[in-house]
Design a protein around this ligand. Sequence first.
Ligand SMILES: Cc1cc2nc3c(=O)[nH]c(=O)nc-3n(C[C@H](O)[C@H](O)[C@H](O)COP(=O)(O)OP(=O)(O)OC[C@H]3O[C@@H](n4cnc5c(N)ncnc54)[C@H](O)[C@@H]3O)c2cc1C
Length: 478
Amino acid sequence: MAYEFERTHRLAILGGGPGGYEAALTGAQLGADVTLVERVGVGGSAVLTDVVPSKTLIATAEAATSVGEAADLGVQFFSRNEAGRAVKPEVAVNLGAVNQRLLLLARQQSEDLKAQLLKAGVRILTGEGRLDGPNRLVVSTGTGRSRTDFDEIDADTLVIAVGARPRILASAKPDGKRIFTWTQLYTLEEVPEHLIVIGSGVTGAEFASAYLALGSKVTLVSSREQVLPGEDADAAKVIGDVFARNGMQVLNKSRAESVVNTGDSVLVTLTDGRTVEGSHALMAVGAIPNTTGIGLEEAGVQLSESGHIRVNRVARTSMPSIYAAGDCSDFLPLASVASMQGRTAVFHAMGDAVSPTELRNVTSNIFTQPEVATVGWSQKQIEDGIAQGEIYKLPLASNPRAKMMGLKDGFVKIFARTGSGTVIGGVVVAPKASDLILPIALAVEHRLTVDQLARAFSVYPSMSGAITDAARAMHIVG
Ligand SMILES: Cc1cc2nc3c(=O)[nH]c(=O)nc-3n(C[C@H](O)[C@H](O)[C@H](O)COP(=O)(O)OP(=O)(O)OC[C@H]3O[C@@H](n4cnc5c(N)ncnc54)[C@H](O)[C@@H]3O)c2cc1C
């Protein structure tokens, strides 16, 4: 009896950010024939312009803050002048060197990822790609003048992971000199004298926080009533208070109508006629998906009104052979979600065991000082009756380790299902909240109760002790 051998699954991926990169690695692991098309660099915007550079800059900002706050713990910095008197040195940041370091780090990370893909057997094509129907990518690898400048890749499965780019307002066009998008900021050689940040969402708040710590005067223009609209209200209040205490000017309920480079400054005109003058402006007014003009609709892929690709929980689009991962899809714009979607898409396409992505369980973090990490249901959803739960908030000021470290701001908040005590969500506002949130995320993912969470040993004294203490306080007397 003759056996027909299974044909190798051909997987073609458009975009080499976390979504595309993870899809490619997973495909290679499962034995697919994988081609990845990327026009700029492996790692995508996440590595080259967004996550890696911004979080590296924030690491420097945190170091600057630690130096500044060390005096509270009794550390003194001084040098002696010629008369032998102690003088206080200035804390200064060499932004040119900082930016050089972070761009190098981003390039290295991109090269590392590329090497990892090549080692796994992934074919990488550098060029601009688009779909030609539901089973083919066309890639322009040269000037596009001759036929040989194009490659065609036929595939059983396509994964689209083309990401997003900064939204540009016609009346506030970034010029890369005084008016920037977040991708252009890293050309700065010196800390801006006065940075005006337009937009108080996650990106705006993170850069405003970082530049304040680096020594800029910062004005944050927020169209809402507070910074971080849509986030946990107590967390947003802490961040708003810390910003104000550190001298940031936050203009709430203000919209920028125009931003103009006047030559030696920027002039921001608000819709109510007020003006703000600064040395530089950062536009952080959202992102738009890179989904136009790449043959998606022609291939039968449905897009949302905002241009995002509609996907289900296994990242499949309206076309069975096409999946989409990351910021170009209508899921959450996070690198971790993009990676999860990329893996899930390939597991599903290739018939491996697959767990649909549960957006409710996504952990996210805002890298301000302090950080804000959240997971699961929110307090607002509980208060609005969408979820039934108890809420408990433990201020960090009561945590022994926080006291030793001189921390003034922050809290741990846990949400637990009424009656059963099952942990359904939580918020941590603290330095390194991004690391502290994991026990709550594990509890949410595995449906642990507050008692089970409280039973785990936390180190004494530790910040994570605030989590077990909060869980313990939520014990339901049986
Ligand atoms: C300032 C900032 C900070 C952030 N910080 C965090 C963070 O700390 N944690 C977190 O989880 N998320 C963070 N994010 C979000 C994160 O960057 C995105 O969610 C992530 O990059 C999405 O990955 P992706 O694979 O969808 O796309 P991307 O990383 O955007 O990659 C898409 C790739 O596709 C390529 N591409 C696009 N079109 C084509 C085409 N036609 N042909 C060939 N190639 C193409 C692009 O060149 C790009 O390399 C941040 C975002 C910003 C703006």
